[in-house]
Design a binder for this molecule. Sequence first.
Ligand code: NAP
Length: 318
Amino acid sequence: MSKTAMPYRRLGAAGIKVSALSLGGWTTFGASIDDVDVAARILRTAFEKGVNFFDIADVYAKGESEKQMGAVLRQLPRHELVISSKVYWPMSEDPNDQGLSRKHIIESVEKSLRRIGTDYLDVYFCHRFDENVRVEETARAMDDLIHHGKILYWGTSEWTGAQLRDVHAIADKRNLYAPVVEQPQYSLLARHKVEGDLLAQTRSLGMGLVVWSPLASGVLTGKYDDGVPAGSRLSRIDWLRESFLTEEKLAAVKKFGALAKDAGISRTQLALAWTLARPGVSSVIMGATSVPQLEENLGALDVKVSPELLQKLDALFA
Ligand SMILES: NC(=O)c1ccc[n+]([C@@H]2O[C@H](COP(=O)([O-])OP(=O)(O)OC[C@H]3O[C@@H](n4cnc5c(N)ncnc54)[C@H](OP(=O)(O)O)[C@@H]3O)[C@@H](O)[C@H]2O)c1
């Protein structure tokens, strides 16, 4: 069977194109992947298979993720890459080393650029909404970074539809660059936010969605059906284990396994294919701790989900 080539999709109304499957560094690069050769193999394989979008954040492993991913990405042609980083979460105890103030944004981008080893970020995300800073201050700082060539676009992560409407209204009024992309959690196990609020707003504002944790940190692969495997993400991170390994979720994931088996598809690929096919999604950000995981996940591009199966998934994960 021939392999589906990587599709590239626009970030909403913005002209830039991102690979439909992208790769992120949360809890993996600079953290659970401590072997730099493994990190290099995963990143290079992703690039060779058509992934152009690599999603990082300053706070991932407190800068180590930017460093480990940057060391490999620096060896690839910069113009073929879409590199993002993020700002908001505290990087130290300094009261100004957090949030979305002008001071923190302008200082943070320089640190991220140095750690990654690049002159500009393609997309810079506000990693959450900051209740303590007027949104105009944040929008102006992002607009300045675009004018200074430090970033090409800016985006938001886990903002509400109302917050996105407000920042677009301010950007229109003040003639500032507005955010072009929102980054929410979205998977069969986490549908409410995107489908309840965000999608309608991002569509009307011309924003794209790049979505995170499409496998619910690995739970949708079925690897936690019979306990917590040693070395897996949920064996390492207590709060994720507590939030995902509930009886209700595990029961749904087992039923999901039966549906996937009937369709002759692995749970991993079906979960990713479902997310890839959702309206408004520009890119599905994967995580992987090995090349075989990455390769299995990329195989989701070859999966077509029938309308009958979609209906069953809707009923199971309502
Ligand atoms: N904006 C935000 O607030 C935010 C928050 C979270 C994530 N993100 C972004 O989204 C990216 C992806 O999120 P995520 O890592 O949570 O995605 P995910 O796809 O839900 O989980 C990835 C994890 O699942 C396991 N896994 C992946 N493929 C597998 C396979 N084929 N078989 C078995 N296990 C497999 C691996 O963990 P183990 O091997 O360690 O078990 C892997 O690290 C992040 O890197 C980050 O860039 C953003």
